[in-house]
Design a protein around this ligand. Structure first.
Ligand SMILES: [Zn+2]
Length: 252
């Protein structure tokens, strides 16, 4: 049987780029196929009926036709424009960070991941409504690590396996988790982590969203949690971004 020439998708627009005279290329995270790119013809013309639906942070349904290189958007409808994200610079910034993280950790044609898609759409919705965007984003980071296969070990030492006690610990990006003070002596590339910071990381890891969202850490702990998570993401990205380049080198 021939492959169908058109298909439907539900997606969040991650970003767009100008293409040719009047077209636009979208980078989408779809419910059905994971990340994919699609062409919107004439999207930059003043009268384009599609233009408003294809801005970043929009949840849409589309009809796509298989093109020669890249699918072409033939119909598009908005499910949620997440309008509050556009009116408030702090929320816009957080939403941009949420999209960027997903974009950088996923590759075109690596298949759909329904959990990731739901997490993305839910997170953008929560950023619109919630009074605490900081909590929404930390919860998102922790779930994202789960779904990408980088769940950090926070309850037992990632080196000796002993249960972590209520004391100052280390975090090892290479080992992917907490290292107890005994193992920490002499191991390279460790970051100190306080009891309070670890408490909140664990809370985000083991709680569902409604429970997680009740967290109200002090400004100091917020800063520490954020710094540690950003450093861990940076470490993982450097590691995983090297892989596609390496694969390309082998193929060429
Ligand atoms: Zn240990």
């Amino acid at each position: 049987m021939a492959e169908p020439r058109s298909f439907r998708a539900e997606a969040v627009v991650l970003r767009h780029a100008d293409w040719g005279e009047a077209d636009r290329i979208l980078t989408l995270y779809t419910r059905e196929h994971g990340k994919l790119r699609a062409l919107v013809k004439g999207a930059r013309k003043i009268r384009s009926r599609k233009a408003g639906h294809v801005e970043p942070f929009t949840h849409i349904t589309l009809q796509l036709a298989k093109g020669r290189d890249i699918p072409i958007v033939t119909q598009v409808e908005t499910l949620d424009a997440y309008l509050p994200l556009r009116d408030d610079l702090t929320r816009t910034g957080y939403a941009a960070y949420v999209l960027e993280l997903l974009d950088r950790f996923t590759y075109d044609h690596d298949g759909g991941n329904l959990s990731l898609f739901r997490l993305l759409a839910d997170t953008l919705g929560r950023l619109c409504r919630g009074p605490e965007p900081w909590v929404v984003v930390r919860y998102y980071e922790m779930r994202l690590l789960d779904y990408l296969g980088f769940r950090p070990r926070l309850f037992a030492c990632a080196n000796c396996g002993r249960e972590i006690e209520a004391e100052e610990q280390f975090f090892s990006p290479t080992a992917g988790g907490v290292i107890c003070p005994r193992c920490g002596m002499g191991l390279p590339r460790l970051w100190p982590i306080s009891v309070e910071t670890l408490k909140y990381l664990r809370h985000f890891q083991r709680s569902g969203y409604s429970e997680a969202s009740r967290a109200r850490p002090t400004p100091e702990v917020r800063k520490d949690v954020e710094t540690l998570m950003q450093a861990y993401f940076t470490y993982l990205l450097e590691r995983s971004l090297n892989t596609p380049g390496f694969l390309k080198q082998i193929k060429s």
